[in-house]
Design a protein around this ligand. Structure first.
Ligand code: HEM
Length: 173
């Protein structure tokens, strides 16, 4: 899978310069990790397709679950900012994807693939906005934003691996 990742990195043109740009601007993004994870989960909580995953049976937000998910997302952002496309990174993303594509979650279904794509798009927008807002050098902000976008797409490709081989849900779900 890391060979696949390297091939895809070449395909999208994710260069050493992009690696450096992500690492250099990583601290800028991570300084906003709390804000980003809040924005993502507020969004997932509000959208009709994703809301049931994060609500209790009485319809109120499942705060404990959301807090856990936010920590997980912050860890993922931290790993992304390292931009280290090795064996461990590749398999971690595939495993994370399979936990969404195959695990039957609380409301009785797996996470539908389109929401993985939508969440990544939402994250890309947040990252781009932070870079533009926090960096005085707008050219650097634009180049870094492109580099982050490529990396997030490489991750999305791995996160979607499990979605290519899903079987129907069991009868009792
Ligand atoms: C860019 C897309 C996404 C990323 C990177 C991501 C990341 C993660 C990570 C890292 C975990 C494991 C957390 C941990 O280690 O504690 C996780 C779990 C989970 N995610 Fe996502 N996620 C994404 C999209 C979504 C979407 C769209 C949904 C729901 C509609 C979702 C629902 C869940 C659920 C239900 C769990 C397991 C929670 C549990 O068992 O309590 N995720 N996600």
């Amino acid at each position: 899978m890391d060979v696949h990742l390297q091939q895809m990195a070449r395909f999208v043109g994710f260069t050493e310069e992009d690696v450096e740009l992500v690492r250099r601007t990583g601290p800028v993004i991570l300084a906003h990790a709390d804000e980003i994870t809040k924005a993502v989960y507020d969004h997932l909580l509000e959208q009709p397709g994703t809301s049931p995953f994060f609500r209790l049976p009485d319809g109120s937000p499942d705060e404990a679950r959301i807090a856990n998910r936010r920590k997980g997302l912050a860890r993922w952002l931290t790993r992304t900012a390292e931009a280290k496309l090795d064996y461990s990174f590749a398999w971690h993303m595939v495993a994370m994807g399979i936990s969404h594509s195959h695990r039957i979650q609380k409301p009785g279904s797996r996470v539908p693939g389109p929401f993985m794509v939508g969440t990544m798009s939402f994250t890309q927008t947040a990252v781009g906005q932070i870079l533009l807002q926090d960096l005085d050098d707008t050219e650097l902000a634009a180049r870094a934003s492109v580099a982050w976008n490529k990396l997030l797409m490489l991750e999305l490709d791995l996160l979607l691996t499990g979605y290519y081989s899903i079987s129907p849900p069991p009868e009792d779900h």
